[in-house]
Ligand binder design. Structure first.
Ligand code: FEO
Ligand code: CA
Ligand code: CA
Ligand code: CA
Length: 652
């Protein structure tokens, strides 16, 4: 999510939060009540809108148990917000790579007062987000040498350039700074190696690579490749795009490629939209011409009046082969165009590959893609285009705990020419409208949607939705004014490795309702301490025991809730189910992103994105100078490597 939206004193438009889905949901208080488990449900003294609607006798206050029923043995860290990071006792959290550090071997040293696009294009980009650790060699489980693959979601000009502030940055951004910002977007691949219990970047590695929004050619593949709506004056074929933007989360595939998600692409385009034939389709994606950047003044491709099809070339899942630094990244249009949060692939028991995805906007949807072809473990090259053929599904949740996956297929009613879908490419370009027509369930901002490799269930981080009214709650989104988010557990037929991720039916449960129970209704496992309360789940991952590690992003609400962002962990079954425990906390203004384990569970990588971005900070006057704490050096988004001091497994 972009910086500080909901509560910051300076309002920055947050396209995650706007909500462009006009679909109505229905009032469901009685069903909500029936579906929520009484166990672990805590009603705050203030009472949320829903709790008030229920009446105070509905739920008794559960007792807070000081003992720990969880298999996670670390001592929880204290709550708070300050200038630096904190990890549980017995662990080390060391900065591995920072904005401006060398990626490509001839990159110059970081000099934030004399930055250039040429330097930035070879250095680690801004606002690190998703992380994949890809072992070397490909296909191995090497946990001491691998490729760290990291997204750079967006840029915060007020923290990157001297003299800029949140208020003046749009007016003061010139072409020179624009080129730096374009180069700071995208993705980095760096080889890393473990030395003792710590990690170092291999600076001269041939794998090291920057992918950017300004300099990396990408191929378009799948049903929208070559489509008339993807053609621009720079690309008459509709098959080649320069760069990728707003890469938030992602995932990786069984064949060792990385999937990166283009999220809030709408904010990059400026100009007037009235009268454009594309204007109606823009609306569902929040493309208004009210850009968060000044780039459209310097680059025609970001000017909607000059290149009205350019936004159709963003909002896709991009596949990158990190093991081949010369490989051309591919935009996989069969996975649909929306504000992609993540793309987590799992090998289904029948050999097909299933990719789970969230569309992070208020009242948008949960999706999955099922390949037509089968994964071939003996032939890596044979899998490289698996994501071009298959079926995209969107989730509909029923209030009785059943769910179904609705196929999004051109020609099947209502996805027909009468509704403006001339071919399957049209459907993929306007997937949100297709999903509206199919009757998908509007959710509270789906962020990561990730299968648990141990129990076979799938966990959706529904980060928050303060715009859901009392008349819009349903069993699966049970709180009005949901400022703190919840976690949904979807249950395919079959358990563990037998789970059928390709099935079109399933069940669901509310795993937890996040927040501080002092202020509203929450649901945690019995035994959750007050340190374990958190807000706004965003990224997540699983360790090899199937325990869930949650990264949080409260945006501007950190101060209001009094909880810093960071990492909480919980068992997914047994007595410790939904007993979240505070493990790692990050500096003021930052969000925690991209948690990722090495295969041996002995290292956890975490992105610390936009430290200091509290809506008031600037390069010259930041609220923290993490991690360098050097005079004149602004805060630097960085990846941290967490290890246990005794060298053991994290959380053991
Ligand atoms: Fe980039 Fe949905 O957070
Ligand atoms: Ca983010
Ligand atoms: Ca977020
Ligand atoms: Ca996110």
């Amino acid at each position: 999510m972009r910086l500080s939206q909901r509560y910051a004193p300076i309002v920055v438009r947050d396209s995650d939060d706007i909500g462009s889905n006009p679909t109505d949901a229905r009032p469901m208080i009685e069903i909500v009540e029936a579906r929520l488990s009484r166990r672990g449900l805590l009603k705050g003294v203030a009472g949320s809108a829903v709790a008030s609607a229920f009446g105070s006798s509905m739920f008794g206050c559960a007792t807070l148990v000081p003992g720990n029923p969880s298999t996670l043995t670390f001592e929880e860290i204290a709550r708070g917000i300050d200038e630096t990071h904190h990890v549980a006792p017995g662990y080390a959290a060391e900065v591995l790579i920072r904005w401006g550090d060398k990626v490509v071997k001839d990159a110059p040293a970081f000099d934030p007062r004399n930055q250039s696009a040429g330097a930035q294009a070879r250095q680690f980009g801004y606002n690190c987000d998703f992380i994949a650790y890809m072992p070397l060699p490909v296909g191995s489980r090497n946990s001491e040498n691998g490729l760290l693959c990291v997204n750079h979601e967006y840029t915060s000009a007020e923290l990157m350039f001297p003299g800029l502030t949140e208020k003046n940055k749009l007016d003061r951004t010139d072409k020179y700074r624009t080129e730096i910002e374009l180069a700071a977007h995208g993705h980095s691949v760096v080889e890393i190696r473990k030395h003792g219990n710590g990690w170092r970047v291999v600076e001269d590695s041939p794998y090291n690579r920057r992918v950017s929004l300004s300099g990396t050619k990408m191929r378009v593949a799948g049903p929208a490749a070559g489509h008339a709506r993807l053609r621009t004056s720079a690309d008459l074929t509709g098959r080649e795009v320069i760069g990728t933007a707003n890469n938030c989360g992602g995932g990786w595939t069984p064949w060792g490629t990385v999937l990166i998600a283009e999220e809030n692409f709408d904010g990059y385009f400026g100009g007037r939209t009235e009268g454009l034939p594309q204007a109606a389709a823009y609306k569902r994606y929040g493309i208004s011409g009210d850009s968060q950047y000044a780039w459209w003044k310097f680059h025609d491709r970001f000017n909607l009046e000059k290149e009205p099809n350019e936004p159709n070339r963003f909002g896709w899942i991009v596949e990158i082969d990190p093991y081949d630094p010369e490989s051309v990244p591919v935009k996989r249009t069969a996975l649909g165009r929306f504000k992609h949060e993540n793309a987590h692939a799992i090998l289904n028991k029948d050999g097909r590959v299933v990719v789970y995805m969230g569309d992070d906007e208020r009242f948008d949807y949960v999706y999955k893609f099922v390949t037509s072809g089968l994964y071939d473990s003996d032939d890596r090259a044979a899998n490289m285009n698996l994501l071009d053929k298959g079926t995209l599904y969107v989730a509909r949740f029923h209030d009785d705990g059943r769910m179904e996956w609705l196929p999004i297929v051109h020609g099947e009613d209502p996805l027909t020419p009468e509704n403006g879908f001339g071919d399957h490419g049209d459907v993929m370009i306007e997937v949100r409208r297709a999903a509206d027509l199919l009757g998908a369930t509007p959710m509270d901002r789906p962020e990561f949607v990730v299968p648990n490799p141990v129990n076979g269930r799938v966990y959706a981080m529904l980060t928050n939705n303060s715009k859901r009214g009392l008349d819009q709650i349903d069993a699966v989104n049970p709180r009005a004014n949901n400022t703190t988010g919840h976690i949904l557990e979807t249950i395919p037929p079959g358990d563990g490795a037998e789970a059928d991720h390709a099935a079109t039916d399933g069940r669901w449960e509310i795993f937890l309702l996040a927040g501080d129970p002092t202020f509203g209704t929450t649901q945690y496992g019995d035994g959750t301490s007050d340190k374990g309360w958190f807000a706004c789940p965003d990224g997540c991952t699983f360790d090899s025991k199937g325990r869930l590690w949650i990264a949080t992003d409260q945006g501007g609400a950190q101060a209001e809730f009094g909880i810093g962002d960071g990492i909480w962990a919980t068992d997914t079954g047994g007595d410790g189910r939904a007993v979240t425990r505070a493990f790692f906390r990050i500096p003021i203004g930052a969000e925690a992103c991209g948690p990722c384990f090495t295969p041996d569970d002995k290292t956890l990588f975490v992105s610390v994105q936009h430290p200091g971005a509290d809506g008031l900070s600037s390069f010259d006057r930041p609220s923290t100078r993490w991690p360098d704490f050097a005079d004149g050096i602004p805060p630097r988004p960085s990846v941290v490597a967490i290890t246990k001091l005794d060298g053991g497994e994290i959380g053991s």
